[in-house]
Design a protein around this ligand. Structure first.
Ligand SMILES: CC(C)(COP(=O)(O)OP(=O)(O)OC[C@H]1O[C@@H](n2cnc3c(N)ncnc32)[C@H](O)[C@@H]1OP(=O)(O)O)[C@@H](O)C(=O)NCCC(=O)NCCS
Length: 166
């Protein structure tokens, strides 16, 4: 499979051309932090550079950039992060588009790219968690957990520590 064919085609927007990149190994975590803070992405508000680095080490970072010249290096305007166990489950995180570029199809292209990204491997399902955008994901086939046949369960670190399990 030709990997280049899997990258979304650049999008033409009123602000210029938006191109897509896999920047897992090349992105500056400080640029990511600034972008997510500028877009007031509340769930990353406390995320440190060190945490960004560790996340990049175990997942893939797909980006969208305004690139009038058609080259890498333009303003970061969208991102998503893909994680996978490479056998059963892959998960989408941190789907964000810059406010002034919303509605141009950027997140749609990033999500579709993540869903076909070969790095995820032979998984059986894709999952995500969202508080604000549950109505955005059915167009890709995502359904609420209540409609599937098992329970999503979780335990936090504080609870594990309280039980002496950590
Ligand atoms: C959700 C988000 C990523 C969509 O990005 P985008 O690039 O504007 O999306 P696209 O242009 O690809 O798609 C636009 C479509 O999604 C819909 N949409 C956008 N945000 C939505 C939301 N929060 N809930 C439901 N639908 C949404 C639009 O109404 C539009 O629908 P249409 O195609 O029927 O007209 C963007 O609004 C965002 O960054 N929100 C803040 C961060 C966030 O909540 N991310 C999701 C975390 S799981």
């Amino acid at each position: 499979m030709d990997r280049d064919l899997l990258v979304p085609e650049p999008l033409s927007t009123p602000h210029g051309t938006v191109a897509f990149f896999d920047e897992t190994w090349s992105v500056d975590p400080r640029e990511l932090q600034i972008f997510f803070q500028a877009e007031e992405v509340y769930w990353t508000a406390d995320r440190t550079i060190g945490q960004w680095r560790r996340l990049l080490a175990c997942s893939r970072l797909l980006t969208a950039r305004l690139v009038p010249e058609g080259h890498r290096g333009g303003r970061l305007v969208g991102a998503t992060r893909l994680w996978s166990d490479h056998a059963y489950e892959a998960k989408l995180y941190d789907v964000v588009t810059a406010r002034d570029l919303m509605g141009q199809g950027i997140a749609t292209e990033l999500v579709k790219w993540a869903l076909r990204h070969p790095w995820a491997g032979e998984v059986q399902r894709y999952v995500l968690e969202t508080r604000d955008a549950a109505d955005f994901y059915p167009r890709f086939g995502f359904r609420l957990g209540a409609e599937v046949d098992s329970f999503h369960m979780r335990v936090g670190l504080a609870e594990l520590e309280q039980r002496g399990l950590r």
